[in-house]
Design a binder for this molecule. Structure first.
Ligand SMILES: Nc1ncnc2c1ncn2[C@@H]1O[C@H](COP(=O)(O)OP(=O)(O)OP(=O)(O)O)[C@@H](O)[C@H]1O
Ligand SMILES: [Mg+2]
Length: 226
């Protein structure tokens, strides 16, 4: 039998609510994990549970993905083929916006960019954080502490709690292959992208797991806390 404690999305959301209530100011939860782990799905699930239980919009998702550099910026820098790696994001912009979320009183709107998977570009102001007192930020590199990419190591201290969503490599591989093919790549091109880019990023992200406060895995209809 696998170790750990089974928990539901509702229980995880209740945990966030309890922590946020004992906290002064806005509460920032970070969800890290490799590409295709299900971070965005989990973040939206927690947000929706929190809002449903409260009967009000108390939580919002602020994705790290919104800070992808634009394709024009990546092309100009000659790194379009490496899109998704740590240096293909506006890390300084992400840090500044996390600080803005922390330092701005609820009720004063703060714009946050999202990422559009249909056009493969960031969308400025894709979401606005306003009265929400719980903000969930999610992405690959929240826990990165790597000399090659020093800026990312400043993220962790801006977050009140961090979770790592762990998924077996073969599952990630399958999900990413399917996603790239759905996105218009041939099966061969999808495999090349997964092997040469996504899985390399996954290995880097996996090295950050120990820095999380909580490690989660999908289990049945819920999650398991390792
Ligand atoms: N708990 C789950 N069970 C089964 N499939 C899931 C689960 N969570 C997510 N998925 C599927 O896995 C894929 C990736 O999910 P999602 O977009 O949430 O991952 P992500 O970690 O945000 O990925 P990325 O790093 O690329 O943004 C999606 O196709 C989604 O439908
Ligand atoms: Mg995502």
């Amino acid at each position: 039998m696998r170790g750990g404690v089974e928990t539901s999305l509702a229980e995880l959301a209740a945990r966030v609510r309890r922590r946020a209530e004992g906290h002064s100011g806005r509460f920032l939860l970070g969800i890290a994990g490799p590409p295709g782990a299900g971070k965005s799905t989990l973040a939206r699930g927690i947000r929706d549970e929190l809002n449903l239980a409260a009967g009000a919009a108390i939580a919002e998702v602020a994705p790290m993905d919104g800070f992808h550099l634009t394709n024009a910026q990546l092309r100009a820098a000659g790194i379009l083929d490496r899109k998704g790696e740590p240096d293909t994001f506006d890390t300084a912009g992400y840090l500044a916006q996390l600080r803005a979320i922390r330092d701005t009183a609820p009720g004063i709107p703060v714009s946050w960019p999202t990422y559009d998977r249909a056009i493969h570009e960031p969308v400025p102001g894709g979401v606005v954080v306003d009265r929400q007192t719980i903000v969930i930020t999610e992405g690959n590199y929240l826990l990165l502490d790597d000399r090659a990419h020093p800026a990312w190591s400043a993220v962790r201290v801006l977050l009140d709690e961090t979770w790592y969503l762990d998924v077996p490599r073969p599952i990630i591989e399958q999900r990413l292959l399917r996603r790239h093919i759905r996105g218009g790549r041939t099966p061969e091109a999808a495999r090349t992208k997964v092997v040469q880019s996504d899985l390399r990023n996954a290995v880097l992200v996996e090295s950050t797991r120990a820095r999380a406060d909580l490690v989660l895995r999908k289990a049945g209809r819920g999650y398991r806390i390792d």
